[in-house]
Design a protein around this ligand. Structure first.
Ligand code: HGY
Ligand code: MN
Ligand code: MN
Length: 417
């Protein structure tokens, strides 16, 4: 940023006001938010953010999978735009900041530039991507994956929801099937601002995380088929208990992940039994598995060990176990030049900072398939996220938005890298 603009800063109160206003949409007990992708709550959140985009006279484009991209035109609209963004869909026990913060900080950057009468060489786009959480329609980061050409629109529209819906039907129902094509415009660069969602920055007393990479992600839907039977009359030796097999598999996943060590993590977040009754041996169990590691080979080894455990449990309990991959993304390295820029800007603004990986998946990892990308983190209090108590201090929210402001300004005034 040229000296005359180096002291430019965002308006903290305006940013916080938008964060808390959006958090009222789909608000749930405990201060959290529930806006699962393409639900009425998601629509209401989309409508509010689109209204703010239009209030800023941005050119709002909605694409075929419901991604929303708002553009502030630069001096040379022929140049590829610089893009920032994230998501505004949440998990069922979401917080105010996951995704929302990055989108609203992007809007705040554009409003700050407009208020200062600054026009950049390149246009700057702020996006929110559809179904980043992947909680209702697997995989996660679905909208940015389609935007980046990693999944066809047709395949995405046919994705089944965990509630028996079809993604395309829900997208039409909320009125966000747009005319813009997917894959979308390839940005000059993409930078995403996000809360860390982990304990590192807070533990080390650091304000800015300079994110170098995102770990690999493996999601599976596992179906266990046993035999329903009477809970009282069936001798234990004659049971084929899908509920017991599913619980055993969840324990084995924890054991395999623990012995893998390193950055390996694993979660069985959902187990649904059928017929799910107190006096019936479960006939069927459907469970989800979320495995992640910064090292792809190590992640593949854990996937193989889990597959072996499924076979062993199936044989021992006389059930069948099938598994379907619903997301598989290799680790992503961000662009060194953009990482350096984030680091320099964060330093020049007097922040404490450190380089780090991201444990969570983010839209930036998908857009990184098409252009140079990186991320900026700010601390999460107690490392909490996907939890209604998710919280980040106002000063940290402001610090992250100011780093985003100057990173985007610098990139948007590059005639060529
Ligand atoms: O799954 C994730 O890491 C992200 O919250 N979508
Ligand atoms: Mn997120
Ligand atoms: Mn999330």
């Amino acid at each position: 940023m040229t000296n005359e603009h180096a002291s430019l800063r965002v308006d903290r109160a305006r940013l916080l006001d938008r964060i808390f206003s959006l958090a009222e949409v789909g608000a749930i007990e405990g201060g959290g938010v529930c806006r699962l992708a393409l639900t009425d709550e998601d629509k209401a959140g989309r409508d509010l953010v689109v209204a703010w985009m239009r209030d800023l006279s941005l050119d709002v484009q909605i694409d075929a999978i419901g991604n929303v991209i708002a553009v502030r035109e630069g001096r040379d609209p022929a140049l590829a735009p610089v893009m920032t963004g994230s998501h505004i869909d949440t998990v069922r026990t979401g917080g105010k900041y996951d995704g929302n913060y990055g989108v609203l900080a992007g809007l705040e950057v554009l409003e700050t530039l407009a208020a200062a009468n600054i026009t950049t060489e390149r246009s700057i786009a702020v996006a929110f991507f559809t179904d980043e959480e992947g909680a209702r329609f697997h995989p996660d980061m679905m909208g940015s994956l389609v935007y980046a050409g990693g999944m066809s629109v047709e395949e995405a529209l046919d994705l089944p929801g965990i509630d028996g819906t079809r993604l395309g039907d829900e997208l039409n129902r909320i009125g966000y099937a747009g005319p813009s094509p997917c894959p979308g415009i390839v940005p000059h660069a993409f930078v995403e601002l996000h809360v860390e969602q982990g304990p590192v920055l807070e533990a080390e007393g650091i304000t800015i995380g300079v994110v170098e990479r995102v770990q690999g992600i493996s999601w599976q839907e596992v179906i266990v088929t046993g035999q329903s039977n009477h809970a009282g009359t069936t001798p234990m030796r004659l049971r084929h208990d899908a509920g017991y097999a599913a619980a055993l598999l969840a324990v084995r996943v924890r054991e395999i992940v623990g012995s893998a060590g390193g950055d390996q993590v694993g979660t069985v977040g959902s187990i649904q039994l059928h017929p799910d009754l107190v006096n019936v041996v479960a006939a069927r169990a459907v469970l989800t598995m979320d495995l992640r590691n910064t090292d792809n080979d190590a992640l593949s080894r854990v996937e193989r060990d889990v597959a072996t455990a499924m076979q062993e449990i199936a044989e021992a309990e006389g059930v069948t176990i099938t598994s379907r991959s619903t997301a598989r993304f290799e680790p992503v390295e961000f662009d060194p030049r953009i990482i350096n820029l984030v680091e320099v800007v964060a330093h020049d603004q007097g922040n404490t900072l450190r380089r780090m990986p991201s444990g969570a998946g983010h839209d930036a990892q998908m857009i990184a398939r098409t252009c140079p990308a990186a991320m900026i983190f700010v601390p999460s209090v107690k490392g909490l996220s996907h939890n209604v108590a998710e919280f980040t201090e106002a000063a940290d929210l402001e610090a992250g938005a100011n780093v985003l402001l100057h990173v985007l300004f610098t990139l948007a005034n590059e005639s060529s890298p």
